[in-house]
Design a binder for this molecule. Structure first.
Ligand code: ATP
Ligand code: MG
Length: 274
């Protein structure tokens, strides 16, 4: 039912016009409904339009035709209800780790009941500080709170971007290969943190990854996109038990899902190379 769904993508089409006037059909009629509290992972060959789709949900780009609705309302621009972790960490080089995370919260508002009335107010400095600290700890960067991005490794920068996304506590998390550049141990740790956070808070997640194993571990449903122009090729429900952690990968069903999805993505890749 549409009014219960969190995000509805309705025949989303995107045509880019390049600098030479050449047109690229990036998305061709994407239809997908995401229910509240779902964890959707999106996989598909490089260039199939995953980032484009995420940017349209984020309100950073517009669809050429079709629309995306969030809680029934068409998306017309960015908003605090959606937190984004970009494919390439977009940090401000002149701000420290702590300031980068707090910056995201600058316009955050909070509802508060005072004298029986609901009021909306901005986060206080103290609230921003505490929230930043909580998520810096989560991504293991508390000791680097006052460092600048240029003093951090690639993986550390990505962890700052992740903390900044979490800190605004959005209803929807949009994550574009957030763990792609991390070492295997940090990646495993952050996957578990993300699973734990999702199980506690059940925010709707839209998570792009190239790593099929990661998609199976994290998602409630895995969306396989076709090669360009991107469409939803198939959706696979991942019925693995919770709580999930690295040990979940040892379950026989885990491998069944992994092989099934891998094969379909590989088929699309071969199709694209033809
Ligand atoms: N600003 C742009 N101008 C012109 N073409 C673009 C633009 N952004 C993306 N495209 C094209 O749209 C298609 C989809 O790109 P997109 O970045 O969404 O793919 P992707 O699935 O995220 O790929 P990857 O897995 O490599 O990140 C590509 O063919 C790309 O060249
Ligand atoms: Mg991309």
């Amino acid at each position: 039912m549409e009014n219960k769904a969190k995000i509805v993508m309705d025949n989303v089409r995107k045509v880019y016009t390049g600098h030479d006037g050449k047109e690229t059909l990036a998305l061709d009629g994407v239809n997908l409904t995401i229910e509240e509290n779902e964890f959707i992972c999106v996989v598909g060959p490089s260039g199939c339009g995953k980032t484009t789709l995420l940017n349209i949900i984020a309100g950073l780009e517009t669809a050429t035709s079709g629309e995306i609705r969030l809680d029934g309302e068409p998306i017309i621009g960015p908003g605090n209800d959606r937190g984004v972790v970009f494919q390439q960490y977009a940090l401000f080089p002149w701000l420290t780790v702590r300031q980068n995370i707090e910056f995201g919260m600058a316009y955050l508002e909070k509802e508060e009941i005072r004298d029986g009335k609901t009021r909306v107010r901005r986060y206080t400095r103290q609230e921003k500080k505490e929230t930043a600290e909580k998520y810096m700890k989560m991504v293991d960067l508390a000791d680097f709170a006052n460092a600048y991005p240029k003093e951090l490794s690639g993986g550390m920068k990505q962890r700052v971007a992740i903390a900044r996304g979490y800190a605004i506590a959005p209803q929807v998390m949009l994550m574009d290969e957030p763990f792609g550049a991390l070492d295997a141990q940090t990646r495993a740790q952050l996957q578990e943190d993300l699973l734990k956070t999702w199980q506690q808070e059940k925010r709707t997640c839209f998570f792009i990854t190239h790593d099929v194993e990661e998609a199976v571990l994290l998602s409630t449903r895995c969306v396989i996109m076709s090669a360009r122009p991107g469409r939803v090729k198939e959706i696979i429900s991942i019925d693995l038990p919770y709580p999930r952690n690295q040990a979940t990968k040892l379950l026989p069903e885990f491998n069944v899902y992994k092989n099934q999805i891998w094969e379909k993505v590989y088929q699309e890749y071969l199709e694209f190379r033809k």
